[in-house]
Design a binder for this molecule. Structure first.
Ligand code: UTP
Ligand code: MN
Length: 516
């Protein structure tokens, strides 16, 4: 060890000694590459440069700042440098690779000239070196996915295709696009070339084709034609009607209906659930604009206070948690989701009707539909295939939210013809004294609260991946009620989300990083 070290220091000292007497520019340490130049020209240039006060190094070292060569390409010099490095000479990462012209111009001027682009040797880009090597796990629940990411231009496009696949009830295809999109959301860098995708999981041929087209041409023809297509636009508009799913929207589309306005014109009926509650004029279409205007965090907070007050009034000591997208840190959402429980098991029974009653008496509900808790823990484990529909006592509702400030975007509201509205509710469109907001209330027994919190925080893909991980990797079955080990035939208990991740053998991912 010691002799080696000493030898190195001595070489460097010798090198600088050779120059020190006459060196005028000690900060510019030049190394001349002999390759293709030849030894005699190199020694001629070295002598000449030294005589003019330049610091010419005997050997390439960590102190070298300028590497000068003749008739070599940048790539060739890089290869040469790499070789020196593997032979134990450390390089400075900021070394400049220059053509001999820089040295000859500098000598002519008597001092180092500023480096211009023409002096620099051109090297081809090496994406694999520019891109940090990251190891991306293949299940979304094994990764951290922040809300704000670097590849929106790609994920938006892939999600148009995912949505379109949902409209034709092609779930496999839709999930494939969502998984691809989710991988890009978890990347810590912007994707600029296909090289940047090397080694990433979940990117199928179709997704890769779309990404390639966007990287090369700026847009994908398939995505653009989907966006423009009459069917896609109509399905988006029709599924935007509260309570209308893909099946109904698709039937309407085939019947020639293109927008909620056509529904009014043709006097179509909604499905029985909706008819039983109230006609579409009073719901889906009437609140169409409100329910398609994103709910802000501020509005979610106001609703949070209202719900908290109502719940505490009917069951003191109850715990209310804001779940869904807002818990993951989203600034806007399509609805506001709440989970309600009480530490005393059983105290939560029959709670929902009381909450609903309280809210109705205050005139806060425009619509509500409550379903009872139908979950029963079976000794033989959960039903198969495990359903992802949960069975909590749940209330789908539409809140009548007083507008606390006239700062909402009224332009969206003005876009729908008011012919479908009744006088009583016209102010919802003309703006401003109140707006309709979708609110989901869910009541969970305390023993299931951790599972319910995890299940209702989302994102939807994150939840899907958690269940897939549980089933495929762990032989377990996860729902918003419980975690069941199929091999050991037993249920796991958990008091917190952290415990559930741990039962699943996963690193804990906080809500803000579940935006898969
Ligand atoms: P949302 O549909 O409300 O989504 O479901 P979100 O993430 O809050 O997004 P926006 O902003 O409202 O659009 C919230 C979570 O609740 C679960 C879903 O899996 C999702 O993760 N959920 C929803 C259920 O478990 N069951 C349901 O019937 C509905
Ligand atoms: Mn939500």
């Amino acid at each position: 060890m010691i002799p080696l070290k000493r030898r190195k220091v001595t070489t460097e000292q010798n090198a600088s000694h050779a120059n020190s007497a006459e060196c005028k520019f000690p900060d510019v340490a030049i190394f001349i590459v002999e390759r293709k130049m030849g030894a005699s020209r190199k020694s001629f240039l070295t002598r000449l440069a030294r005589s003019k006060g330049f610091l010419i190094e005997e050997s390439y070292s960590s102190s070298t700042t300028h590497v000068v060569s003749e008739n070599n390409t940048g790539d060739e010099v890089e290869v040469w440098i790499k070789k020196q490095e593997t032979e134990g000479k450390v390089s400075s990462s900021s070394v400049s690779l220059l053509d001999i012209s820089w040295l000859t111009e500098s000598m002519a001027r008597g001092s180092p000239v500023p480096i211009q682009d023409r002096h620099r040797l051109k090297t081809s880009p090496k994406p694999s070196e520019l891109t940090p090597v990251i190891i991306m796990k293949s299940y979304a629940c094994q990764r951290r996915t922040p809300l704000k990411h670097h590849n929106l231009f790609l994920t938006e496009a892939l999600e148009v295709l995912a949505e379109n696949a949902e409209f034709s009830e092609n779930e496999g295809r839709s999930v494939a696009f969502r998984r691809s999109s989710s991988v890009l959301k978890a990347l810590p860098y912007i994707v600029r070339t296909m090289q940047d995708l090397k080694g990433l999981p979940c990117l199928g041929d179709h997704s890769l084709r779309v990404i390639k087209e966007i990287l090369e041409d700026g847009t994908s023809s398939e995505v653009e034609s989907t966006r423009q297509s009459e069917q896609f636009q109509a399905m988006k508009a029709l599924t935007g009607v509260f309570g209308v799913g893909v099946r109904t929207a698709d039937r309407w589309f085939r019947e020639g209906i293109r927008s909620p306005l056509d529904l009014i014109d043709t006097g179509q009926k909604l499905n029985h659930a909706q008819q039983a509650a109230v006609s579409f004029r009073l719901l889906g279409v009437q609140y169409y604009n409100d329910l398609n205007t994103p709910v802000t965090k501020k509005e979610a907070m106001v609703i949070s206070d209202i719900v908290e007050k109502a719940v505490k009034a009917v069951l003191p000591g109850a715990i209310i948690t804001l779940t869904g997208g807002f818990r993951r840190g989203k600034e806007v959402g399509h609805d506001v989701d709440f989970l309600i429980t009480h530490t005393e098991e059983g105290a939560e029974e029959k709670l929902m009707p009381k909450i609903v009653n309280y809210l109705e008496n205050q005139g806060l509900l425009l619509y509500q539909k409550t379903t009872r808790n139908s979950y029963l823990e079976s000794k033989d484990g959960p039903a198969r295939p495990p359903s992802n529909m949960d069975r909590f006592e749940r209330c789908f509702s539409i809140f009548r939210l007083e507008q606390f400030k006239v700062d909402c975007d009224t332009s969206v509201k003005a876009s729908l013809d008011s012919s479908g509205t009744t006088d009583k509710n016209e102010e919802s469109y003309s703006g401003s004294s109140w707006r309709a907001v979708r609110v989901d209330l869910v009541v969970s027994p305390y023993s299931q609260f951790a599972f319910a919190t995890l299940g209702w925080t989302g994102s939807k893909l994150f939840e899907r991946e958690l269940r897939r991980w549980a089933g495929q990797e762990k032989g377990m079955s996860l729902s918003s009620h419980a975690l069941y080990d199929s091999k050991k035939q037993c249920y796991f208990r958990a008091d917190s989300e952290e415990e559930i991740f741990s039962h699943l053998g996963l690193e804990y991912i906080p809500p803000s990083e579940r935006n898969a």
